[in-house]
Design a protein around this ligand. Structure first.
Ligand code: BEZ
Length: 254
């Protein structure tokens, strides 16, 4: 899960598309009254609250303390906790585990899926969506090429994300005793808010760790140069559109 400390204010004000797109995944989850559901990587809690409003008994967890503080502030009636998706245990198994836009932050998929399996009751379901193979290809290519050219950072430190293929991820689920009943990989071009500043905001929010060793001036230079590389492909009619690609899965504990 996210290990850097995010800024929940920036997250909520400029990146609300994260939970707005997540609403489609909620339909796939179809939470039922009284079901016990875990929201894994809940961020500031917007989708956790939607699950609760369907009548489910929900708990949200996230590795980022700031996000959990803000989720608790937003929805004091709900239960949230700081927890690491690679290493969590639950007292009572859940009927379902839901996860939107979180699992691409955790390369240790085996450990995560092991915990998911343990936290579900037999017959319980995992409904998850995150960045899949090919996600943000143009953005990572531009960042990599700019950082390599400037010599600021070794490109080997560049990829903090996990974007698996369907084959890779569903095999892992099956190895852990989760039967995959649905899997899809699809492009989801994602318009960013704030017009001209869209990609700069995105980089500052999500690729901040990659630039952490740089001075403010170097960061500005890198971001401007990345914008220049990406403008022909990702800037359309005054809006930046991130080249997101999602993997979506539903799997049942056997
Ligand atoms: C994503 O939602 O696909 C994503 C967000 C931030 C960084 C990388 C991927």
């Amino acid at each position: 899960m996210r290990e850097n400390h995010w800024n929940p204010v920036l997250y909520e004000s400029k990146h609300s598309f994260i939970w707005q797109y997540g609403e489609e995944l909620l339909n796939l989850l179809s939470p039922q009254p009284g079901e016990r559901i875990l929201d894994l990587g809940c961020g500031t809690g917007q989708l956790t609250e939607k699950i609760a409003s369907a009548g489910a008994v929900v708990m949200g967890i996230d590795a980022d303390r700031n996000m959990i503080e803000k989720a608790t502030y937003n929805y004091p009636q709900l239960q949230f906790a700081v927890a690491d998706a690679r290493n969590f245990q639950v007292e009572q198994p859940f009927d379902a585990i839901f996860s939107n836009a979180a699992l691409h932050w955790i390369p240790e998929a085996d450990a995560v899926i092991h915990c998911i399996h343990q936290a579900l009751r037999p017959g319980g379901r995992l409904v998850a969506e995150f960045g899949g193979k090919g996600n943000i290809k143009a953005i990572t290519k531009a960042l990599s090429s700019v950082l390599e050219t400037t010599g600021y950072i070794s490109p080997t430190t560049l990829n903090p994300w996990y974007f698996p293929s369907i084959g890779e991820y569903t095999s892992c689920l099956e190895q852990h005793g989760l039967e995959v009943i649905y899997a899809a990989l699809f492009d989801r071009p994602t318009p960013l808010s704030d017009g001209d500043a869209g990609i700069a905001n995105w980089i500052q929010m999500f690729a901040n760790d990659l630039l952490s060793g740089l001075s403010a001036e170097q960061r500005t230079n890198v971001i401007q140069s990345v914008e220049h590389h990406l403008k022909p492909s990702l800037y359309q009619h005054g809006i930046w559109v991130a080249d997101y690609r999602r993997i979506r899965v539903v799997a049942i504990k056997e």
